[in-house]
Write a protein that binds this ligand. Structure first.
Ligand code: SAM
Ligand code: SF4
Ligand code: F3S
Length: 471
């Protein structure tokens, strides 16, 4: 670890730290076979999907372009809301007939749903078409589990509830050559009363700083341009390693690698430090875009959610950041219809939106998750009212986002090109430094190019423009 990083040895928490090694006996297991991964949920799951793809490629499997061509299908699941779970149950329910016509095809299920005992029990009893279930804590054991299943063809359930470990040198097959998700920590210790993540992902545990830097350096050396540092609460990075203000130290070390763009996701107001905002201000390769979930504008709701800050503290942070970095783009997450949320409490959330005028906000209706405290809270608010509140909130957010984007018309933004736009193959798309999705026209542009784009039109959540120069 960098010598300038301050470490408090009394605060160090020990987790198992292991190096992944591909067992020699699995190297040829996938020869002539193809895999398909359905990934649901957040970036943590996307990154896990890339690890699974890396393992499978090392085992000789090839990625199938279509699920019907696959010999192995993996459902990498999310449990954050009931709708996410229901969707997966619908998908795996539809497989009954598929399994009858293709009995040799292997179906596996992993991710956060696989860490929930009730879900695992339901799969065991009602979904015999699922052959292999493994939890987030067993990701590194996947090659062994698959080998065992392929040899014995016996249904396998590898799900454990542990504090979690940190495993290095996991293989990876990234979905982009230019943009990478880099895990900096796993799990979450915050125990917000509505949230399932601490139960599905284990305790908060950080990777060693040197391992993270080595991953960023290797990605940069292979032509990579942008990294997004991942954690449920990146501001707590290094606390378990006894680091004081570890996230700022990490941000600076990643900035020193010279990678073109650095983003991070997600931040928690509780652990935010002024020094990390200063690092953002001083280092041009740390992008001025911040996702700072607030969840509610009401102190009483924040308390029932166990968020650990008041709305005054959030305003203080927000205003301080805006003062230090006036061009910073802000996004957030909001929950409406938390148990017994009153009209006044909801009004406070609208006031918050009026104050912050977010560039974008992800809004959700509270979904009770079995095993979390809020699932047992009394809730007398009808779903109809919750939906009305959600609509009202979304309209307000969209109006501000549109108003903000209008101001971009005529400006030139630097966009990292992701390739041809999905909706219109004659145009390109990519994200600006402020993380705005920009669709643009131009010539001789390739994926991975930095392009100066003049903005000509603005919608609430996207911008249109014309390429001025490839940088
Ligand atoms: N760790 C991040 C944080 O605390 O800001 C967020 C992680 S979570 C994957 C993403 C978002 O899902 C949360 O910010 C919250 O708004 C939403 N969410 C989590 N649990 C939920 C629930 N039970 N019902 C509705 N939304 C939920
Ligand atoms: Fe869930 Fe709260 Fe942890 Fe975010 S900080 S993952 S909302 S428990
Ligand atoms: Fe879903 Fe698990 Fe992420 S519950 S949002 S995939 S951490």
């Amino acid at each position: 670890m960098n010598e300038s990083v301050k470490v408090n040895r009394n605060r160090v928490r020990n987790f198992d730290r292991n190096l992944f090694e591909m067992p020699a006996q699995v190297f040829d297991l996938g020869r002539g076979k193809r895999f398909f991964i359905h990934t649901y949920g957040c970036q943590a799951n996307v990154r896990d999907g890339e690890t699974l793809a890396g393992m499978l490629t090392n085992m000789g499997f090839e990625e199938a372009g279509d699920v019907r061509e696959a010999d192995l299908v993996i459902f990498n699941t999310c449990a954050i809301r009931k709708a996410a779970e229901d969707h997966v149950f619908g998908e795996i329910g539809n497989l009954k007939h598929e399994k009858e016509s293709h009995p040799e095809r292997i179906y596996a299920l992993c991710g956060c749903m696989a860490q929930m005992p009730a879900v695992v029990e339901r799969i065991r009893k009602t979904y015999p078409q699922i052959d292999l279930v493994f939890g987030t804590h067993n990701l590194d054991r996947f090659p062994y589990l698959l080998q065992e299943f392929m040899e014995k063809r016996e249904r396998t359930f590898a799900v454990e509830s542990t504090p979690g470990s940190v495993v290095e040198q996991l293989p990876v097959q990234r979905s982009s050559r230019y943009k990478a998700f880099v895990n900096i920590m796993y799990g979450c210790d915050k125990f917000c009363t509505y949230c399932i993540v601490p139960y599905t992902r284990g305790r908060e545990r950080s990777r060693m700083l040197d391992d993270i830097i080595a991953e960023v350096q290797a990605f940069k050396a292979s032509g990579g341009k942008e990294v997004t540092l991942l954690g449920q609460n990146v501001n707590a990075y290094g606390k378990d390693l006894g680091m004081e203000d570890g996230f700022t130290a990490l941000l600076e070390a990643v900035a020193d690698t010279g990678i073109d763009r650095i983003r991070f996701y997600s931040s928690h107001p509780r652990d935010y430090t002024v020094s990390s905002i200063e690092a953002m201000r001083q280092r041009p390769n740390i992008m001025n875009a911040l996702h700072l979930p607030v969840q509610s504008g009401s102190n009483s709701v924040l308390k029932r959610m166990n968020r650990g800050y008041t709305i005054e503290r959030y305003y203080e942070l927000f205003d301080d950041m805006k003062r230090r970095i006036p061009g910073m783009a802000f996004t957030t997450d909001l929950i409406v219809g938390f148990p017994d949320e009153t009209d006044e409490e909801f009004e406070d959330t609208l006031k918050l939106v009026d104050h912050c005028r977010f560039d974008l906000a992800y809004t959700f209706i509270f979904s009770p998750r079995e095993g979390t405290p809020a699932a047992g809270f009394e809730d007398r608010i009808p779903m109809r009212v919750k939906k009305e509140r959600l609509n009202l909130l979304n309209e307000r957010i969209s109006d501000y986002a549109h108003e903000k984007n209008q101001k971009e018309i005529g400006r030139e933004l630097i966009v990292l090109c992701d390739g041809a736009s999905k909706k219109n193959p004659d145009t390109f798309s990519g994200y600006s430094e402020e993380n705005k999705l920009v669709n643009f026209t131009g010539e001789n542009i390739r994926e991975g190019d930095f392009v100066r784009v003049k903005i000509t039109e603005a919608k609430s959540y996207t911008l249109d423009g014309e390429a001025v120069a490839v940088l």
